[in-house]
Design a protein around this ligand. Sequence first.
Ligand code: ZN
Length: 404
Amino acid sequence: MVKPAQNKILKCCTNHSAPLQRTFKFRLYPHHNQQKTLYDTLGACRWVYNQMIEKIRKEGFQSRNDLNYFLTELKESEPWLYDHHSKMLQMISTQVHGTQKSLIQLRKNGHRAGTLKFARFQEYNTIVYNQSGFCIKDGFLQLSKIGRIKIIHHRPIPENHIIKQVTVSKSKSGKWHACVVVDIDAILPKIILTKSVGIDVGIRNFAYDSDGYQTPNPLNLQKMLKPLIRAQRKVSRRQKGSNNYKKAVRFYQIIHERIKNRRKDFLHKLSTQYSKKYDTVFLEKLQKLNMIQNHRIAGNILDSGWGIFTNMLDYKCMVVEVPAKNTTVNCSRCGNSVQKTLAVRTHRCDVCGLILDRDHNASINILKKGLEIFKLPQELREVTPVEISMRSRKQEDATGQVRQ
Ligand SMILES: [Zn+2]
């Protein structure tokens, strides 16, 4: 999987000093002793993390320097912490500080935000090596104080690029992965609005685009429901804490992971297909939280993963979300409003006589709305990403004001 780390291409266009970052995820195969060391390291990190949270709970906000100073104090009282890479431990204070700050920001924005919680054994699954303490060579990942772990390069890391960070993570079913962050210098292509498409996402058809292509929903969860229920039943019949219980839980988690992987695979393939074919993708802005209140379709909505799909498209090409109002109701040819319930699958217009699939009609409306945002319905021309980002930001401001 290749994914630029948490960046939006548009943001990078406006700020040329910050290079693009790319993350490569590789599978790790640690042998028995190394696994033991990795578990020990995870335990040490979790202990430090929980100590820091206890301090914050007692004494309130702590700056990063405070936390680092606290870490040195901890090291003096607990000398076994010297067995672990120091920069890795320092990254925990960066992490805790970041969460603290985002919680404060959430409260400022008027959201409800809880307090920092202690991490349980099952919840703490990552170790971060930043800037130092790692090396990748000859199919092995060398980690300071842990050792040389076998790594599978299923795709090459670009040569002459400096590796910034390595994150080692453990999945719930016990697989180990390394996420390698690399700085890359890429030239961003021009975005041409003529190569744009409107997509209507739904439950029956996962995606129906304005060019008339439809992709059925794979319904990954529904297909795996039978083995999942069987595994769940096994877990509940075993005696809690026994070896058979642990075995059953692990099997249950493997099935969950398989569902997750299938969903991710499907979404990656579909979003890559669209990003290769088109430059701009218009989607409707969905109120997912309101939609899942309908319990009959809630499971299918959550299983579809529309949010992940939008995120994936967002870093592969340009995504513009348009307001969803009246996209299914309006006729895409004449604009006449044709009311229909969820069960009616075909759009029939009495005024102009247009007969079209309901979702196809909606996707054409989405494309039209999207092009209207840029005020380019007739003359389509080439624009730079910066221009678009400015326009869409203005648009966002305008719509935000209207709502308030
Ligand atoms: Zn019509």
